[in-house]
Design a protein around this ligand. Structure first.
Ligand SMILES: CC(C)(COP(=O)(O)OP(=O)(O)OC[C@H]1O[C@@H](n2cnc3c(N)ncnc32)[C@H](O)[C@@H]1OP(=O)(O)O)[C@@H](O)C(=O)NCCC(=O)NCCS
Length: 195
């Protein structure tokens, strides 16, 4: 992903303060975030020093060239893990909750105010079932674009190259190379190419 292009799309990030002040802050934020990562490739760029909330024994692995924009939140419960692949971009306001495992592949664009979570948060049951917290890993493939305000729920796998339209609520697996939209999300286009 071309960083200049990303910033061009997210001009709001350059407003509201001098470039110098912003860039000094970004360096500080990147340093703070890097210290909390279990593995970090080259070229991390973090723009929020409070992005990570991490319980004991949780682990975060970040590849090369990852951008973590302003107001991103990464919340990890005890023993959980989060993987973010090379050149993936987490836009302003993205929220990722890992109670077990969330994996984001390479070259992904996770847009503004998306929510990715791998658990039900509360215990839930139906009929005679004992209520329980339902947890299942979320796996996002390579080169996936998740549109703004989309929600990706527990147990979902999103195939390589897929596009999730804005505001979609994804409750079931997404095949590679399709676009899904709606609530619940369904396939609206096939053979999608995006860049
Ligand atoms: C994803 C997107 C680019 C698709 O645009 P497109 O390729 O021009 O496709 P269309 O608008 O023709 O939509 C294709 C179909 O999906 C439907 N669709 C598209 N987006 C939808 C959405 N968010 N919710 C529900 N349906 C949607 C359209 O109604 C259309 O349905 P139809 O086949 O019944 O007519 C477009 O939805 C979009 O611009 N979303 C916002 C992207 C975003 O979040 N950007 C943030 C910065 S990264």
């Amino acid at each position: 992903m071309n960083r200049a292009a990303v910033l061009g799309c997210h001009l709001d990030g350059l407003l509201g303060g001098s470039r110098l002040r912003r860039s000094l802050y970004d360096r500080y934020a990147t340093w703070m975030i890097r210290r909390q990562l279990d593995q970090c490739g080259e070229g991390l760029w973090a723009r929020n020093h409070r992005a990570i909330s991490k319980d004991s024994n949780s682990r975060i692995f970040v590849g090369n060239g990852v951008i973590i924009d302003r107001d991103v939140k990464l919340w990890l419960s005890r023993g959980s893990s989060l993987y973010i692949g090379d050149n993936s971009y987490l836009a302003n306001g993205a929220l990722i909750l890992s109670q077990q495992e969330v994996r984001i592949g390479k070259d992904c664009s996770i847009s503004w105010h998306t929510l990715i979570m791998d658990s039900s948060s509360y215990q839930i049951g139906y009929g005679d079932e004992e209520p329980e917290i339902r947890v299942a890993p979320v796996l996002i493939g390579d080169h996936v674009w998740i549109g703004c305000r989309a929600v990706i729920l527990k147990g979902v796998s999103v195939g390589d190259g897929a596009v999730v339209a804005n505001n979609a609520v994804v409750t079931r697996d997404v095949p590679p190379g399709v676009m899904v939209a709606g609530n619940p999300a369904h396939v609206v286009r096939e053979n999608v190419v995006w860049k």
